[in-house]
Write a protein that binds this ligand. Structure first.
Ligand code: SIN
Ligand code: MN
Length: 264
């Protein structure tokens, strides 16, 4: 899958690109059916909300689950990122965010590169965030909210918030968010499972709590150019990976192939 010039121009201007229907319902099913089993595991990679029960995020599933291993090397995801970043990429971070019905908590306003620069010493914002919807995302179940054009401001001042949720995050202050929203507005890309969003690692984003009865399961994969790998190993390896091997893409039907193997 290659992006057209108009799509690249939209990304450069807005800081994100929403691509509906990248994965079929059958492909989503191959991934979604693995999620309850992963979330049920008591392991350090499965991080819970403050209630200690609902899963906030499950890190690094591509290292211990075959379906997610295949997603991490899927050409429809990796191809456009290689194109945008100009060469080989590796997986810097991989998470399945639960945002579970009723209990899924907020993600405060932040830039991902802010964390990667401060905590991981990633040299440049030469890394891409990808969101893959494994459930339908609507206005009620805690959609991701972007401030369009906010990626053009570089890495903004941030404070380390260790209190608001169960997960530490470098977050922006209200005055900064207000100013950015006055300039760029807000958008919350929504749609059926199978959609994919590419978003700039300096794009400011957040999401509200999920008070609906519907889970909002999104996989977030952060791919970094191999030359731009992290220099500091402060965070655990399963949060900020240290294997900088370039991703070798699998075949386009790799998820369906797994489904047919399971049916045999
Ligand atoms: C994130 O920004 O890393 C997660 C946001 C979300 O899952 O809504
Ligand atoms: Mn983020």
């Amino acid at each position: 899958m290659r992006l057209g010039d108009d799509q690249i121009a939209t990304f450069d201007e807005q800081g994100y690109l929403f691509l509906p229907e990248v994965f079929s319902a059958a492909e989503v099913a191959v991934l979604a059916r693995e999620v309850p089993g992963i979330f049920a595991q008591e392991r350090q990679e499965v991080w819970r909300e403050r209630d200690g029960k609902a899963v906030r995020t499950a890190f690094a599933a591509h290292t211990y689950n075959e379906a997610f291993r295949r997603l991490a090397a899927h050409p429809r995801m990796v191809g456009p990122v290689r194109q945008m970043l100009g060469g080989d990429v590796y997986v810097h971070q991989f998470k399945i965010n639960g945002k579970q019905a009723f209990d899924g908590d907020v993600w405060q306003w932040h830039q991902d590169y802010g964390t990667w620069a401060r905590d991981d010493a990633m040299p440049e914002a030469r890394a891409m965030n990808i969101a893959v919807f494994l459930s339908d995302v609507n206005e009620f179940n805690g959609p991701l909210i972007f401030i369009p054009k906010s990626h053009t401001h570089g890495t903004l001042k941030a404070g380390h918030d260790l209190a608001t949720t169960s997960y530490p995050l470098w977050t922006l202050d209200r005055a900064t968010v207000r100013e950015l929203v006055e300039a760029g507005g807000l958008v919350a890309p929504k749609g059926p499972a199978g959609a994919l969003i590419l978003f700039h690692s300096n794009l400011v984003h957040a999401s509200p709590a999920n008070i609906s009865p519907w889970d909002r399961t999104i996989v977030y994969v952060s791919l970094c150019h191999v030359d731009n790998h992290i220099r500091r190993f402060k965070r655990p390896e399963w949060i900020a990976h240290r294997d900088f091997t370039p991703i070798q893409c699998l075949a386009d039907d790799c998820l369906l192939e797994l489904a047919s193997q399971a049916a045999e």
